[in-house]
Design a binder for this molecule. Sequence first.
Ligand code: P6P
Length: 336
Amino acid sequence: MPNPGPSLSRFLIEQQRLPGSTCPAELRLLIETIARACKVINHAISKGALGDVLGSLGSENVQGEVQKKLDVIANDLLLDSNEWGGHLAGMASEEMEAIHLIPNRYPKGEYLLLFDPIDGSSNVDVDLTVGTIFSILLAPEDSAGRDVEERDFLQPGRRQVAAGYAIYGPQTLLVLTVGSGVYEFTLDSEIGSWRLTDGPLTIPAGNREFAINMARRRQWSPAITRFVEDRLQGSEGPLGEDYNMRWTASMVADVHRILKRGGVFLYPADHRAGGRGKLRLLYEANPMAFLIEQAGGAASDGAKRILDAEPIGLHQRIGVILGDKAEVAAASGARS
Ligand code: P6P
């Protein structure tokens, strides 16, 4: 990889020119708009206390979670940046109960954008890595000529045309797929340009690292309990090898680590919350599952492929096990 590699725009234009391209011009322009918004979000995060962006608003979002100032700042930035471009028929966000329609003063497009504006936002106040997750769908053909409705967003993840995340850590990165592999761009903040720095990414196999919140152990299924116990026993147990554990409380950070060095992430459905788990299907699990599968990994809810899950609600939750194929299979009940 030449360092620095091509800019995001040049990369996407070259993808657009490929025979059988999965990145038409309208999608390229939409992704460039999202990437520009993520640069502004990155700037807001980096100011921290100097920018009066830390702390909570005292309100709760539709998830019943305390809203951080940056949740709302990032949400509004993504809405304002994307609603005028003419690429979208509508948007949906973790921070908004209902979908967001494109104002009539702007042209409408054929795509639907779903996002978690700041994933892991509780980490911001303690200067830990957070991210923005996004998923892009095509609006159903029968929505042409009418306002889109929530039901138009309820598409299985296999219908995504693009997905990605920005990760605001020691570097600021954009990781993206349009269905032809996963590519990483690093923000050159001196010139404000995303530059290709890695890709196509392939999850390294055999990395013995698992990511799970051990504090929820009493709510796990027997299969998950056995999977984790086997790894905790390490070289003294049935696997005969030691494992390491990581938990960042930021899905973007855990998924990025897995894309770059392997391992497995688990936020399984547990006995609370009706057994559906914590993570949201449409704007967390689906985009991450698309990226992981494009990088040669697997993503399951513990029983079936996440990308085949048929959504029944905009904010529905789902169990998530993703990363190294063999580890996902083992956690989904197949004894490793
Ligand atoms: P817990 C952040 O709130 C998030 O949605 C994911 O980014 C993260 O993986 C998970 O929840 C952390 O959950 O229960 O460990 O705080």
